[in-house]
Write a protein that binds this ligand. Structure first.
Ligand code: MEV
Length: 287
């Protein structure tokens, strides 16, 4: 019997979602929520998983060397909320398989490439941003180029984010396809989203400066058609509760809104009074 364990981190996108699919920069960070996978090469065959996703079997076929292996998944990354649950899972499986086979860590690029095989099953045409964060941890600026993905570590912020859960999932594949169908009309907005992500880099340690960029991004995301009335209401709630700024994070169409503010606990308490599920999460620095 050989057992291998692996882990991948959940993520939040601070700026540049959707724009990143078309080569613009995006800034994202790993959070203190993650997925752990244990594989047992001796079986008995079976998957113990909190994930209920029709595409899981096909994704596993891409990553598991043998269908006879047993796989146990545990995760505290909310599923279908734009927090990178499928990328965290894919990366965790790649690492667990590698360790079970007794191979040395193949490094971030090879881990990224392998995990992307499964991420494509989940999302069709992913930019690779979610997988890059799940592999690396910490904060990154990410760009998809003709030559392949380019990602660079940024100083990891030391302030918390407030996450507001809309309570329902967006479908990343459909949302990305919807934006594609609205091009070229939305191209100037996609460029602007990339510029706003770039503008976040020098103020990453300053939530008060970052907040207005969040809110401006949300307006852009609304204009490209990926927000919902519920997400707009969560942004308004965050701003009323004293946030410096707030935005949907991830593909949209549901999922979560993120906010930064001077008193995160007060924002969470106000959300609870309004019947909204909100929580505080912290960036997870790269190991
Ligand atoms: C999804 O987390 C982020 C999107 O930009 C899609 C992608 O980057 O693949 C919407």
């Amino acid at each position: 019997m050989t057992i291998g364990e692996g882990e991948g981190w959940g993520k939040l996108i601070l700026g540049g979602e959707h724009a990143v699919v078309y080569g613009h920069p995006a800034v994202a960070l790993a959070v203190d929520l993650g997925t752990r996978v244990v594989v047992d090469t001796a079986g008995p065959q079976g998957v113990h998983s909190p994930f209920r996703d029709d595409r899981l079997d096909e994704a596993l076929q891409r990553l598991l060397p043998s269908p006879d292996w047993a796989l146990t998944i545990t995760s505290d990354v909310p599923v279908g909320r734009g927090m990178g649950s499928s990328a965290a899972l894919s990366v965790a499986i790649v690492r667990a398989v590698c360790r079970a086979e007794g191979r040395p860590d193949p490094g971030p690029d090879a881990t990224f490439n392998k995990a992307m095989e499964a991420e494509r099953v989940f999302h069709g045409n992913p930019s690779g941003l979610d997988v890059a964060v799940a592999v690396r941890g910490g904060a990154i600026v990410y760009r998809r180029t003709e030559e392949g993905p380019r990602f660079q570590g940024l100083p990891c912020p030391t302030w918390p984010l407030v996450v507001y859960d809309s309570g329902y999932a967006g479908n990343t594949r459909d949302l990305v396809a919807g934006v594609a169908a609205r091009r070229p009309e939305v191209d100037p907005i996609l460029s602007r989203l990339g510029e706003r992500a770039q503008a976040m880099i020098p103020v990453l340690d300053d939530p008060a400066a970052l907040g207005p960029l969040f809110t401006a991004c949300h307006e852009d995301l609304r204009q490209i058609g990926v927000s919902t009335p519920e997400l707009d209401a969560l942004v308004a709630l965050a701003l009323r509760s004293g946030a410096y700024g707030a935005k949907l994070a991830g593909a949209g169409g549901g999922g979560v809104v993120i906010a930064v503010g001077p008193d995160p606990e007060a924002m969470v308490a106000e959300a609870a009074r309004q019947g909204v599920n909100a929580f505080v999460t912290w960036p997870r620095s790269a190991p």
